[in-house]
Design a protein around this ligand. Sequence first.
Ligand SMILES: N[C@@H](CCC(=O)N[C@@H](CS)C(=O)NCC(=O)O)C(=O)O
Length: 202
Amino acid sequence: MPMILRSAVASPYSRKVKIAAYHLGLADKIETRLLNSTDPNDPIKEQNPLGKIPALVLETGRTIYDSRVIVEYLDTLAGGGKIIPTETDARFEALTTAALADGILDAAILIVYEGRYRPDQTPYGPWLDFQRGKIERALAALVAEPTALWPVTVGNIGVACALGYLDFRKQVDWRAKYPALIGWLDSFRAAVPAYDKTRPEG
Ligand SMILES: N[C@@H](CCC(=O)N[C@@H](CS)C(=O)NCC(=O)O)C(=O)O
């Protein structure tokens, strides 16, 4: 029985998991089951009380979340130390970069939700600016100290997914403001074919 990944096509956190699974050679052990957010009976709330994706239903029936934990689980299944380095400096550098990338996603998704969950109101500008400030500072930090492209880790996977999500939802025009990251992402795409395979546009 395969593991089941509850996810959505456009979910950037799910994309991290999918790239990790491809990269670790585990993609064929995972079946994707898309969230139906309009169906109140979708089992996601039983699988993850937070109601969030991604969530990975294991062969035992137990479900693990969130994306960070799932990626660590997949790394462990693959033998460990593959995309989460074991050497202390490399490990905490990769994990910190992954946290920065997740922080970009967290801010970016709040910007999307500001419009989506308050459709009858004008989005609150200062809140959007507050979130954009986080994204801009994080992108500036990634330009000042470029993330290593090799080996493939949770750090560079996270950064690539964060840039991809900004491309998709356009919260910040990062290509115009931080052009140094364009070459970085192109190099990542060339090295990690799973990135293009998991594009939200299909
Ligand atoms: N920290 C979580 C964040 C997951 C997350 O926010 N997922 C979004 C979709 S991309 C979601 O499920 N949103 C619905 C909600 O917040 O209820 C992770 O890394 O998996």
